[in-house]
Design a protein around this ligand. Structure first.
Ligand code: HEM
Ligand code: HEM
Length: 175
Protein backbone atom coordinates (compact mmCIF):
# COMPACT_ATOMS: atom_id res chain seq x y z
CA UNK A 1 0.00 0.00 0.00
CA UNK A 2 2.83 2.34 1.04
CA UNK A 3 4.80 1.49 -2.08
CA UNK A 4 1.77 2.31 -4.22
CA UNK A 5 1.44 5.64 -2.47
CA UNK A 6 5.10 6.56 -3.09
CA UNK A 7 4.89 5.35 -6.68
CA UNK A 8 1.85 7.57 -7.20
CA UNK A 9 3.55 10.52 -5.48
CA UNK A 10 6.62 10.12 -7.71
CA UNK A 11 4.34 10.00 -10.72
CA UNK A 12 2.68 13.29 -9.74
CA UNK A 13 6.11 14.91 -9.17
CA UNK A 14 7.23 13.54 -12.53
CA UNK A 15 4.19 15.04 -14.26
CA UNK A 16 4.59 18.39 -12.50
CA UNK A 17 8.29 18.59 -13.39
CA UNK A 18 7.43 17.53 -16.95
CA UNK A 19 5.08 20.47 -16.97
CA UNK A 20 8.01 22.76 -16.17
CA UNK A 21 10.54 21.26 -18.57
CA UNK A 22 8.47 20.74 -21.73
CA UNK A 23 7.55 23.56 -24.06
CA UNK A 24 4.40 25.23 -22.68
CA UNK A 25 2.21 23.96 -25.55
CA UNK A 26 3.33 20.36 -25.26
CA UNK A 27 2.90 20.33 -21.49
CA UNK A 28 -0.58 21.76 -21.71
CA UNK A 29 -1.47 19.17 -24.41
CA UNK A 30 -0.43 16.38 -22.05
CA UNK A 31 -2.31 17.95 -19.15
CA UNK A 32 -5.45 18.35 -21.29
CA UNK A 33 -5.00 14.78 -22.55
CA UNK A 34 -5.24 13.59 -18.94
CA UNK A 35 -8.65 15.31 -18.73
CA UNK A 36 -9.91 13.53 -21.85
CA UNK A 37 -8.53 10.25 -20.53
CA UNK A 38 -10.30 10.75 -17.19
CA UNK A 39 -13.61 11.36 -18.97
CA UNK A 40 -13.09 8.38 -21.34
CA UNK A 41 -12.32 6.07 -18.41
CA UNK A 42 -15.43 7.27 -16.54
CA UNK A 43 -17.60 6.38 -19.55
CA UNK A 44 -16.04 2.90 -19.77
CA UNK A 45 -16.63 2.44 -16.02
CA UNK A 46 -20.25 3.48 -16.49
CA UNK A 47 -20.99 0.40 -18.63
CA UNK A 48 -21.70 -1.57 -15.43
CA UNK A 49 -24.26 1.01 -14.28
CA UNK A 50 -26.03 0.99 -17.67
CA UNK A 51 -26.23 -2.81 -17.84
CA UNK A 52 -27.41 -3.08 -14.22
CA UNK A 53 -30.08 -0.40 -14.69
CA UNK A 54 -31.23 -2.09 -17.92
CA UNK A 55 -31.67 -5.33 -16.00
CA UNK A 56 -33.53 -3.74 -13.06
CA UNK A 57 -35.81 -1.61 -15.29
CA UNK A 58 -36.60 -4.35 -17.81
CA UNK A 59 -37.39 -6.80 -14.99
CA UNK A 60 -39.80 -4.39 -13.29
CA UNK A 61 -41.38 -2.51 -16.16
CA UNK A 62 -41.07 -4.43 -19.44
CA UNK A 63 -44.25 -6.36 -20.25
CA UNK A 64 -44.11 -10.06 -21.13
CA UNK A 65 -44.84 -9.16 -24.76
CA UNK A 66 -41.11 -8.40 -24.86
CA UNK A 67 -40.07 -11.64 -23.24
CA UNK A 68 -37.19 -12.18 -25.70
CA UNK A 69 -35.70 -8.76 -24.96
CA UNK A 70 -36.14 -9.35 -21.22
CA UNK A 71 -34.46 -12.75 -21.44
CA UNK A 72 -31.63 -11.32 -23.50
CA UNK A 73 -30.95 -8.53 -20.96
CA UNK A 74 -31.18 -10.96 -18.02
CA UNK A 75 -28.78 -13.39 -19.66
CA UNK A 76 -26.38 -10.59 -20.67
CA UNK A 77 -26.41 -9.25 -17.09
CA UNK A 78 -25.83 -12.72 -15.62
CA UNK A 79 -22.87 -13.35 -17.91
CA UNK A 80 -21.16 -9.97 -17.79
CA UNK A 81 -21.99 -8.64 -14.32
CA UNK A 82 -18.73 -9.81 -12.74
CA UNK A 83 -16.29 -8.58 -15.42
CA UNK A 84 -18.20 -5.29 -15.76
CA UNK A 85 -18.14 -4.55 -12.03
CA UNK A 86 -14.42 -5.38 -11.85
CA UNK A 87 -13.94 -2.98 -14.76
CA UNK A 88 -16.07 -0.41 -12.88
CA UNK A 89 -13.69 -0.57 -9.86
CA UNK A 90 -10.39 -0.47 -11.71
CA UNK A 91 -11.27 1.98 -14.45
CA UNK A 92 -12.99 4.45 -12.07
CA UNK A 93 -10.05 4.45 -9.64
CA UNK A 94 -7.77 5.14 -12.62
CA UNK A 95 -10.18 7.89 -13.80
CA UNK A 96 -10.12 9.54 -10.36
CA UNK A 97 -6.30 9.52 -10.18
CA UNK A 98 -6.04 10.77 -13.77
CA UNK A 99 -8.52 13.60 -13.07
CA UNK A 100 -6.55 14.62 -9.94
CA UNK A 101 -3.30 14.79 -11.98
CA UNK A 102 -5.10 16.75 -14.73
CA UNK A 103 -6.48 19.17 -12.11
CA UNK A 104 -3.10 19.69 -10.40
CA UNK A 105 -1.36 20.33 -13.72
CA UNK A 106 -3.97 22.88 -14.81
CA UNK A 107 -4.69 24.44 -11.44
CA UNK A 108 -3.60 27.93 -12.52
CA UNK A 109 -6.48 28.40 -14.98
CA UNK A 110 -9.57 30.60 -14.72
CA UNK A 111 -11.34 30.30 -11.38
CA UNK A 112 -14.85 29.13 -12.47
CA UNK A 113 -13.32 26.35 -14.55
CA UNK A 114 -11.02 25.28 -11.71
CA UNK A 115 -13.86 25.35 -9.13
CA UNK A 116 -16.21 23.30 -11.34
CA UNK A 117 -13.35 20.88 -12.06
CA UNK A 118 -12.61 20.35 -8.37
CA UNK A 119 -16.31 19.88 -7.60
CA UNK A 120 -16.28 17.06 -10.17
CA UNK A 121 -13.04 15.61 -8.80
CA UNK A 122 -14.34 15.91 -5.22
CA UNK A 123 -17.37 13.76 -6.03
CA UNK A 124 -15.14 11.29 -7.89
CA UNK A 125 -12.99 10.97 -4.76
CA UNK A 126 -16.07 10.44 -2.57
CA UNK A 127 -17.49 7.87 -4.99
CA UNK A 128 -14.16 6.07 -5.19
CA UNK A 129 -13.68 5.99 -1.41
CA UNK A 130 -17.23 4.77 -0.74
CA UNK A 131 -16.91 2.30 -3.65
CA UNK A 132 -13.62 0.92 -2.32
CA UNK A 133 -15.14 0.54 1.16
CA UNK A 134 -18.13 -1.39 -0.23
CA UNK A 135 -15.91 -3.49 -2.44
CA UNK A 136 -13.28 -4.35 0.15
CA UNK A 137 -15.81 -4.77 2.96
CA UNK A 138 -13.76 -2.57 5.27
CA UNK A 139 -15.11 -1.76 8.67
CA UNK A 140 -14.48 1.96 8.86
CA UNK A 141 -16.04 3.00 12.19
CA UNK A 142 -19.12 0.86 12.50
CA UNK A 143 -19.62 -2.76 11.60
CA UNK A 144 -19.76 -3.51 7.90
CA UNK A 145 -23.47 -4.35 7.97
CA UNK A 146 -24.37 -0.94 9.43
CA UNK A 147 -21.94 1.09 7.35
CA UNK A 148 -22.90 -0.70 4.14
CA UNK A 149 -26.31 1.01 4.10
CA UNK A 150 -24.73 4.45 4.53
CA UNK A 151 -22.01 3.72 2.00
CA UNK A 152 -24.49 2.45 -0.57
CA UNK A 153 -26.56 5.58 0.04
CA UNK A 154 -23.52 7.74 -0.79
CA UNK A 155 -22.49 5.62 -3.74
CA UNK A 156 -25.70 4.54 -5.40
CA UNK A 157 -28.17 7.33 -4.84
CA UNK A 158 -26.94 9.21 -7.92
CA UNK A 159 -26.44 12.39 -5.85
CA UNK A 160 -22.66 12.40 -6.20
CA UNK A 161 -22.79 10.94 -9.72
CA UNK A 162 -25.13 13.87 -10.54
CA UNK A 163 -22.81 16.43 -8.88
CA UNK A 164 -19.89 14.90 -10.78
CA UNK A 165 -21.69 15.21 -14.12
CA UNK A 166 -22.86 18.76 -13.39
CA UNK A 167 -19.37 19.85 -12.30
CA UNK A 168 -17.85 18.24 -15.37
CA UNK A 169 -20.33 19.91 -17.77
CA UNK A 170 -19.90 23.36 -16.17
CA UNK A 171 -16.11 22.85 -16.31
CA UNK A 172 -16.32 21.94 -20.03
CA UNK A 173 -18.51 24.99 -20.71
CA UNK A 174 -15.63 27.19 -19.46
CA UNK A 175 -12.86 25.52 -21.52
C1 HEM B 1 -9.58 19.20 -10.83
C2 HEM B 1 -9.93 20.29 -11.37
C3 HEM B 1 -9.79 20.54 -12.85
C4 HEM B 1 -9.07 21.55 -13.43
C5 HEM B 1 -8.28 22.63 -12.73
C6 HEM B 1 -9.20 21.39 -14.87
C7 HEM B 1 -8.64 22.23 -15.81
C8 HEM B 1 -8.86 22.14 -17.17
C9 HEM B 1 -8.43 23.13 -18.15
C10 HEM B 1 -7.64 24.41 -17.83
C11 HEM B 1 -8.83 22.70 -19.35
C12 HEM B 1 -8.66 23.44 -20.69
C13 HEM B 1 -7.40 23.01 -21.34
C14 HEM B 1 -7.26 23.65 -22.69
O1 HEM B 1 -8.28 24.04 -23.28
O2 HEM B 1 -6.13 23.73 -23.10
C15 HEM B 1 -9.51 21.45 -19.17
C16 HEM B 1 -10.04 20.69 -20.19
C17 HEM B 1 -10.66 19.47 -20.01
N1 HEM B 1 -10.85 18.81 -18.82
FE1 HEM B 1 -10.41 19.53 -17.00
N2 HEM B 1 -9.97 20.26 -15.13
C18 HEM B 1 -10.37 19.71 -13.93
C19 HEM B 1 -11.16 18.58 -13.75
C20 HEM B 1 -11.59 17.75 -14.78
C21 HEM B 1 -12.36 16.54 -14.60
C22 HEM B 1 -12.85 15.98 -13.28
C23 HEM B 1 -12.54 15.99 -15.85
C24 HEM B 1 -13.26 14.73 -16.25
C25 HEM B 1 -13.45 13.68 -15.52
C26 HEM B 1 -11.92 16.89 -16.81
C27 HEM B 1 -11.92 16.70 -18.17
C28 HEM B 1 -11.51 17.62 -19.09
C29 HEM B 1 -11.73 17.52 -20.51
C30 HEM B 1 -12.43 16.35 -21.23
C31 HEM B 1 -11.22 18.68 -21.09
C32 HEM B 1 -11.30 19.09 -22.54
C33 HEM B 1 -10.19 18.50 -23.32
C34 HEM B 1 -10.22 19.01 -24.74
O3 HEM B 1 -10.65 20.16 -24.96
O4 HEM B 1 -9.79 18.25 -25.58
N3 HEM B 1 -11.35 17.93 -16.12
N4 HEM B 1 -9.51 21.12 -17.83
C1 HEM C 1 -15.71 7.71 -9.72
C2 HEM C 1 -16.68 7.39 -10.45
C3 HEM C 1 -17.81 6.42 -10.07
C4 HEM C 1 -19.12 6.60 -10.39
C5 HEM C 1 -19.72 7.78 -11.17
C6 HEM C 1 -19.84 5.45 -9.88
C7 HEM C 1 -21.20 5.26 -10.00
C8 HEM C 1 -21.90 4.17 -9.56
C9 HEM C 1 -23.34 4.02 -9.63
C10 HEM C 1 -24.30 5.05 -10.21
C11 HEM C 1 -23.65 2.79 -9.10
C12 HEM C 1 -25.05 2.20 -8.95
C13 HEM C 1 -25.33 1.17 -9.99
C14 HEM C 1 -26.78 0.80 -9.97
O1 HEM C 1 -27.15 -0.09 -9.22
O2 HEM C 1 -27.53 1.45 -10.69
C15 HEM C 1 -22.41 2.17 -8.67
C16 HEM C 1 -22.32 0.93 -8.07
C17 HEM C 1 -21.17 0.44 -7.50
N1 HEM C 1 -19.91 1.00 -7.57
FE1 HEM C 1 -19.45 2.78 -8.41
N2 HEM C 1 -18.96 4.59 -9.24
C18 HEM C 1 -17.71 5.14 -9.33
C19 HEM C 1 -16.54 4.59 -8.82
C20 HEM C 1 -16.43 3.40 -8.14
C21 HEM C 1 -15.22 2.84 -7.58
C22 HEM C 1 -13.84 3.46 -7.72
C23 HEM C 1 -15.56 1.67 -6.97
C24 HEM C 1 -14.73 0.66 -6.21
C25 HEM C 1 -13.46 0.57 -6.24
C26 HEM C 1 -16.98 1.48 -7.14
C27 HEM C 1 -17.71 0.40 -6.63
C28 HEM C 1 -19.05 0.20 -6.83
C29 HEM C 1 -19.79 -0.92 -6.26
C30 HEM C 1 -19.22 -2.02 -5.35
C31 HEM C 1 -21.12 -0.78 -6.68
C32 HEM C 1 -22.28 -1.70 -6.32
C33 HEM C 1 -22.83 -1.16 -5.02
C34 HEM C 1 -23.84 -2.07 -4.43
O3 HEM C 1 -24.55 -2.76 -5.16
O4 HEM C 1 -23.92 -2.06 -3.22
N3 HEM C 1 -17.48 2.56 -7.85
N4 HEM C 1 -21.35 3.04 -8.96
Amino acid sequence: MRIHFYAYLSFVFFMVSLNHTLAADEASDIATGFGSLAWGLTIVGFAYVVVRRAQVISKSYLSDDYKEVKDFIREFYRKFRQPLITLHYIVNIAATITAIVHGILLSSSELPLVIAGWVAVGSMILLSLSGILIWARFKPIWTYRESRTALRLVHRQWLFSGIFLLGFLVHLAFT
